[in-house]
Ligand binder design. Structure first.
Ligand code: DGL
Length: 289
């Protein structure tokens, strides 16, 4: 698949679009705020359609196209897929369709995993596990590394419903993690951006010699490098602007759940799915796609 030339309209003062199905992408946003405080972000959580992890590739492709078309209308200079499922299933397709840099999280995660160990466990959504994206990416970098992938159907709804500290969540986490510990992994990758929110739970189960890899950190390093190469980085004396938050579902629910990680209650606006669909329909009728 060929990648189209980048639009000449992109400007360094534009914002960066970051999206996920829900609160998972906040783990990426947190890294961006720490590593690139002068960049300004539009965050979108597709909470009306979460979870993505049990959906088909064609559904995810449709959702991601809609989100990207909407973000381009808001004048963003880069799109960050803060979602492993979308990155695993549709990154190549959307990269070949939109004239804007689009970054996925699998490759930065796989690179970091290979640096950390040789026996790599990956916990992810079922769709990401089935896609084999992590296994392929890891083995392209180091063919001697071994990869165990576990699709964890139950985690995302528990996180979105703010049930991280429930005893049931600990029991579910044991069910997913114990087979990986038994397999002898030395490294565990959070293969879903929601899962770093479960760190307090994982740490109760995992032996301390297993290294935890959060791809969000490495994706953010890659994004900063790409912006520099493209001369789209904001200067370090640019004013720091608050993140703009949008969701397709209930803004109040998102604001309430997310404040524990953001450290403040965000102002969240709703962009209904019907509006995303309309914007995408209008943009595809005026392009060659
Ligand atoms: N946080 C996303 C991921 O990294 C999506 C999870 C979901 O909606 O199932 O895969």
């Amino acid at each position: 698949m060929s990648i189209p030339a980048l639009s000449s309209q992109l400007r360094s003062h534009f914002k960066i679009g970051v999206f996920d199905s829900g609160v998972g992408g906040l783990t990426v946003l947190k890294e961006m705020t720490a590593q690139m405080p002068h960049e300004s972000v539009i965050y979108f959580g597709d909470t009306a359609r979460v979870p993505y992890g049990n959906r088909s590739k064609s559904e995810i492709l449709r959702f991601v196209r809609e989100i990207i078309a909407w973000m381009i209308d808001l004048d963003v200079k880069m799109i960050i897929m803060a979602c492993n499922t979308s990155s695993a299933l549709v990154l190549e397709e959307v990269r070949s369709e939109f004239p804007i840099p689009i970054l996925g999280i699998i490759l930065p995660g796989a690179r970091a995993a290979v640096k950390a160990g040789k026996s790599i466990g990956v916990v992810s959504t079922e769709a990401t596990a089935k896609s084999n994206a992590y296994q392929q990416a890891v083995q392209e970098i180091d063919s001697s590394a071994q990869v165990w992938q576990v699709g964890c159907h139950d985690f995302v709804p528990l996180i979105e419903d703010d049930r991280i500290h429930a005893p049931y969540t600990l029991a579910v986490a044991r069910r997913y993690l114990l087979p990986l510990i038994d397999a002898g992994i030395d490294t565990l990758v959070y293969g879903c951006t929601h899962y770093p929110h479960l760190a307090p739970v994982f740490k109760q189960i995992l032996p301390t010699h297993i290294k935890l890899v959060d791809p969000a950190k490495h994706l953010t390093v890659a994004a900063a490098q790409e912006l520099t190469i493209l001369r789209l980085r904001r200067s370090s004396n640019s004013p720091i602007e608050p993140t703009e938050f949008y969701v397709s579902g209930d803004p109040e629910q998102f604001a309430n759940v997310s404040q524990q990680w953001l450290g403040y209650k965000p102002l969240v606006k709703q962009i209904p799915v019907s509006e995303l669909e309309m914007i995408h329909a209008a943009s595809s009728s005026t392009s060659d796609r």
